[in-house]
Design a protein around this ligand. Structure first.
Ligand code: NDP
Ligand code: OXD
Length: 308
C-alpha cells in the first residue's frame, strides 16, 4: 500500500519520518517522487494534481493537509473517492492563539498605543471591560467553537452564527440566514471562520459591514475570497469599520503596492493563523486509513453537497 504526500516538502519530510515510525508497512512518497503511480492508494495534498485519477489510477481517498478544502476542485474528484479535511488538535490550538491575540489587540488598543509611542506620547486611554465588548464569530465548526470557548473565559460577550446554530456554554448561538442581521447588529468585533463555498464567497461586503454597529472591527481568518477588499477599504474610510486584522487575502500573497498593505488601521499576516501539525495530522490520517480498511466513516469526510 502506498501513500503520496503533495504539499510543503519540509512538513512532508516530517510526515515521512512519522509514517516510518508508526506505519512502516506503508510506502510513503513525497511528491514529485511518486514511484509507481498505480500503487498509490492514498493522497494527502494541499493542491491535488488536476486530474487525480488520470495521474493516480488506483486512488481510494484524498486527504486535505489543511482544515479547508476550497482549494480542491471537487468536480474533478470522482464521487466514489472520499475527500477528507484535516481535523487535528494543533490547527484549533493555533487558531485560538491567533484570534485571541487579534481580539486583545483591538480590545486593548495596541495599534493606538504603538502610534502614541512613535510620537513619544504618554496618554492613557479608556479601558472598556471585556463584558461590554461583543464578539461575534461566523462559523461554529471545529475552529469557531474552539475560539469562542476560549474568548468567553475573558468575560467577552460572545455570540456565534452558522447554518445550523449549535450549543456552546455561555455563548449565544444564532442559526441560519434569518438570524444573521440580529447577530451582526450586536457584534463589535467580527471574526470570520467560515469555509469558502459558493454561499460564503464575497459575504464580507459593504451590505454586511453596514449591519454592524458603526466602528466595529473585523478579524478575517477564513479565506481571502470571503472578503470584498474594496468594500473593506471604503468601510474603513467612512468609519463604518475601525480596524481590520487580515490573515488571508485574495490573491495570496497580496500584491506589492495594494492599498491594504499600508492602511494605518489594517494589520496583515501571511496566512499563518494556524497550520496543521505533523504529529496530530499523521495520527488522524493513520486512524482514517484503519477506518477506511474496515469500511467505517472517516473523520472529517467532506459533504460534497455542502462543499465543506
Ligand atoms: P468546519 O467545517 O468545522 O465549520 C464550518 C462552520 O461554518 C460550520 O459551523 C458551518 O455550519 C458554518 N457554515 C458553512 N457554510 C455556511 C453558510 N453558508 N452559512 C452559515 N454557516 C455556514 O470548519 P473549521 O472550523 O474547521 O474551519 C473553518 C475555515 O477556517 C476553513 O474552511 C478554512 O477556510 C479556515 N482556516 C483558516 C486557517 C488560517 O490559517 N487562516 C487555518 C485553518 C482553517 P454548520 O455547523 O451548520 O454546518
Ligand atoms: C487550513 C489552512 O485550511 O491552513 O488548514 O488555511
Amino acid at each position: 500500500m502506498a501513500f503520496l504526500y503533495k504539499a510543503d516538502p519540509v512538513r512532508g519530510a516530517q510526515w515521512g519520518a512519522l509514517f516510518a515510525q508508526q506505519a512502516p508497512d506503508i510506502a510513503f512518497h513525497l511528491w514529485p517522487d511518486v514511484g509507481d503511480p498505480a500503487a498509490i492508494r492514498y493522497l494527502a495534498a494541499w493542491q491535488p494534481p488536476d486530474n487525480p485519477l488520470e495521474a493516480l489510477p488506483n486512488l481510494e481517498v484524498i486527504f486535505s493537509v489543511g482544515a479547508g478544502v476550497d482549494q480542491f476542485d471537487l468536480s474533478r474528484v470522482p464521487e466514489h473517492i472520499p475527500v477528507v479535511r484535516m481535523i487535528e488538535p494543533g490547527i484549533a490550538q493555533g487558531m485560538v492563539e491567533y484570534v485571541t491575540q487579534a481580539v486583545l489587540t483591538i480590545h486593548r488598543d495596541v495599534a493606538a498605543y504603538a502610534a502614541q509611542q512613535a510620537r513619544q506620547e504618554w496618554k492613557a486611554r479608556h479601558v472598556r471591560p471585556a463584558s461590554s465588548r461583543r464578539i461575534g464569530v461566523l462559523g461554529l465548526g471545529m475552529l469557531g467553537t474552539a475560539v469562542l470557548e476560549r474568548l468567553r473565559l475573558f468575560g467577552f460577550d460572545c455570540a456565534g452564527w452558522s447554518r445550523s446554530g449549535g450549543q456552546i456554554e455561555g455563548v449565544q448561538c444564532h442559526a441560519g440566514a434569518a438570524a444573521l442581521d440580529a447577530f451582526l447588529a450586536r457584534t463589535d468585533i467580527l471574526v470570520c471562520l467560515l469555509p469558502l463555498t459558493q454561499e460564503t464567497q464575497g459575504m464580507l461586503d459593504a451590505a454586511l459591514f453596514n449591519k454592524l454597529p458603526r466602528g466595529a472591527s473585523l478579524i478575517q481568518t477564513g479565506r481571502g475570497p470571503h472578503l470584498n477588499q474594496e468594500d473593506l477599504l471604503a468601510a474603513l474610510e467612512s468609519g463604518q469599520l475601525d480596524t481590520a486584522i487580515l490573515d488571508v487575502t485574495d490573491p495570496e500573497p497580496l500584491p506589492a503596492g495594494h492599498a491594504l498593505w499600508t492602511h494605518p488601521r489594517v494589520r496583515i499576516t501571511p496566512h499563518i493563523a494556524s497550520a496543521t501539525r505533523p504529529e496530530g495530522a499523521v495520527e488522524t490520517v493513520l486512524e482514517n486509513l484503519r477506518r477506511h480498511e474496515r469500511g467505517l466513516p472517516l473523520i472529517g469526510q467532506v459533504d460534497r453537497s455542502r462543499g465543506y
